[in-house]
Design a protein around this ligand. Structure first.
Ligand SMILES: [Zn+2]
Length: 242
């Protein structure tokens, strides 16, 4: 998946942004070393948490005609969201980073353990069970991921809609209990990634289908409309093939 990143040094020097984005391939760290058309060398981190990027990978796979791959990325988005909440809410509540890392290693490779931890996190801190995927969605995911089922577009979009509903509902729980501290949680996550580089890093936001700020404000997420927008972006920016 390609994303467009703008050079902030151009903005600092000229007072105007460089309107030609640098097209980069998204990576696991969401960290990019770039040289712009004016010769600035910059290190940029995408602010978006990983679950948003995983969902976007799924949307791009769907736009390219690969529903199986989309389901895989959507499912990873959901699991990654559990991990994001477990880690970030625990840190916010004062759990020591080293202790958290020590505990996380017992869950890191087993998604069912993470799901259990996520449910207990909600019960402990928010006083209710979180919204989880429906039984139909879990069954659909297992058919695709484990049994080689090739899904139709409408089935894949329905699965994506269930994930959007789960992430949005759980974010609303967080917002209800944490209020503006929810912003702090998201900012802390990308700030920690930036500081870990030990060098000058700029951070930048990119639009995503399930951007947390939009979900909190009840912005409607229309996956079919978003697929059309992703296709238009490809033409506008002339994304290279790889
Ligand atoms: Zn520049």
């Amino acid at each position: 998946m390609k994303v467009g990143i703008y050079c902030l040094d151009c903005l600092r020097e000229n007072g105007l942004p460089n309107f030609r984005p640098l097209v980069v391939t998204v990576n696991d760290e969401r960290f990019f070393e770039m040289t712009c058309s004016n010769g600035h060398q910059t290190l940029t981190i995408i602010q978006e948490p990983k679950h948003e990027i995983l969902f976007e990978l799924g949307m791009n796979a769907l736009a390219d005609g690969y529903p199986r791959e989309a389901v895989n990325s959507f499912a990873s988005c959901m699991e990654n969201f559990y991990g994001f909440c477990i880690n970030q809410v625990s840190l916010y509540k004062g759990v020591d980073r080293a202790a958290l890392d020590a505990g996380w290693k017992y869950m890191a490779k087993q998604s069912e353990r993470q799901l259990g931890a996520f449910v207990m996190l909600w019960l402990n801190y928010f006083g209710s069970a979180p919204k989880l995927l429906s039984e139909a969605s879990r069954s659909f995911r297992n058919r695709v991921v484990h049994q080689g089922y090739i899904p139709r577009l409408d089935e894949t979009l329905a699965f994506g809609d269930d994930i959007v509903a789960c992430v949005a509902s759980n974010l609303h729980d967080m917002k209800h209990h944490l209020d503006d501290d929810l912003d702090t949680i998201f900012i802390s996550e990308f700030s920690a990634r930036a500081f870990s580089q030990n060098q000058r890093v700029t951070t930048q936001s990119i639009p995503t289908t399930i951007g947390w700020a939009g979900l909190i404000q009840n912005e409607k997420v229309d996956l079919r409309a978003r697929l059309i927008a992703i296709d238009k972006d490809k033409v506008t920016f002339q994304w290279p093939k790889f």
